[in-house]
Design a protein around this ligand. Structure first.
Ligand SMILES: C[S@@+](CC[C@H](N)C(=O)[O-])C[C@H]1O[C@@H](n2cnc3c(N)ncnc32)[C@H](O)[C@@H]1O
Ligand code: SF4
Length: 350
């Protein structure tokens, strides 16, 4: 270049090269910053999504069955929740667990057993029922019972706090009930059932019936009596075997002789198809579709055909324990597990 010294030319070249480099460098840097930003936000979005889906994956204990006692005064030969311990939690501990469940999303509690009216002559049960309705304000509080220990006084004291009472009855023939073991001494299970039905009417508690279909009742026609009793729901179970409860070496009952085939169960259902309140539960539907808490407040996982306990919700909390429950939420919904379960919403003709 004319008038420019070789040194100045070299300086110009170096500064041009430097400026080009710096431009390229800053561009690359800004892209990489930008890309990182995008990547970071994608990563954080993905993280929060997986957190959310993890939260969605966590089972909500919407409807829980608390078998707080295993003791019973009946001897049903097919029973799948047997008296393997005589343990019952102290009332304050049980209430603590119930509160934890409510905080985790419980809307319905069902008290079962063993026979729930046996312990403390039904007062322990009554206090939990009252606590769940009056303090925890659960939409639905229910009980499943054989009915033999229920007194009218119990309804007077606790009836207001109870939405649904289910009484189990597998036959309308007392001889068959005797053969099954659904009885205590010579008392008539059926007479008692009708008495409780009228108390439910009188004290405004929704009345439900549970029946286990087995070899002894599979040919019985129950249509007339069910229509007469007019329950809000008639749950019809296919007799289920659970290893360690009513099958296998460690079991207290041997229920094999009660078991019916899927076809026999279907025939029973077909025979009763005119009964509109009938809700069928085959073995397949029943096995994993209940959230079951045992007497220590441990969830019981039935997936392996036995009842494998989690740790207690009182020790590890609901979220931890429930991940070992084996609960099949889809099947719970498929079997109609969610229904109108507050008596206030049932529009019953009391
Ligand atoms: C274990 S009991 C406890 C509550 C109360 N003692 C009663 O019999 O209603 C709960 C429900 O499970 C039903 N059940 C018992 N053994 C069964 C089995 N092997 N298969 C299906 N249902 C069964 C009972 O008939 C009852 O309706
Ligand atoms: S099913 Fe029969 S033996 Fe089992 S807990 Fe209920 S009443 Fe007792």
């Amino acid at each position: 270049m004319p008038g420019v010294s070789a040194g100045a030319l070299l300086e110009l070249c170096i500064s041009t090269i430097l400026s080009i480099f710096s431009g390229v460098f800053s561009k690359v840097f800004s892209w990489s910053k930008g890309t990182c930003g995008v990547t970071n936000s994608l990563v954080s979005d993905a993280n929060s999504q997986s957190e959310q889906s993890k939260d969605l994956d966590v089972t909500t204990p919407t409807s829980v069955n608390y078998h707080f006692t295993r003791k019973c005064n009946y001897k049903c030969g097919f029973c799948f929740h047997t008296a393997k311990t005589s343990f019952v939690l102290p009332l304050e501990e049980a209430k603590k667990g119930l509160r934890l469940l409510k905080e985790a999303g419980m809307e319905k509690i069902n008290f079962s057993g063993g026979e729930p009216f046996l312990h403390d002559r039904g007062d322990f049960l009554g206090k939990m029922v009252q606590y769940c309705k009056a303090e925890l304000q659960l939409p639905s509080v229910s009980i499943v019972s054989n009915g033999s220990m229920i007194k009218e006084k119990w309804f007077q004291k606790y009836g207001d706090f109870l939405d649904i009472l289910a009484i189990s009855c597998d036959s309308f023939d007392d001889e068959t009930n005797q053969m099954i073991g659904r009885c205590q001494g010579n008392k008539s299970h059926i007479e008692n059932l009708f008495k409780i039905r009228s108390w439910c009417q009188q004290y405004k508690v929704a009345f439900k019936i549970n029946s286990v279909i087995n070899t002894f009742n599979v040919h019985e026609d129950m249509t007339e009596q069910i229509n007469q009793l007019n329950p809000v729901r008639w749950k019809v179970f296919q007799c289920l075997l659970i290893d360690g409860e009513n099958a296998g070496e460690e079991a207290l009952r041997e229920a094999e002789r009660f078991v019916i085939t899927d076809q026999q169960f279907q025939d029973f259902l077909d025979h009763h198809s005119a009964v509109s309140c009938l809700v069928p539960e085959s073995n397949e539907k029943m096995r994993n579709s209940y959230l079951i808490l045992d007497e220590y407040m441990r969830f019981l996982d039935c997936r392996e055909g036995r009842k494998d306990p989690s740790r207690s919700i009182l020790d590890v909390g609901v979220k931890d324990a429930i991940s070992f429950s084996g609960f099949d939420e889809k099947m719970f919904l498929k079997r109609g597990g969610k229904y109108v379960w507050s008596k206030a919403d049932m529009k019953l003709d009391w």
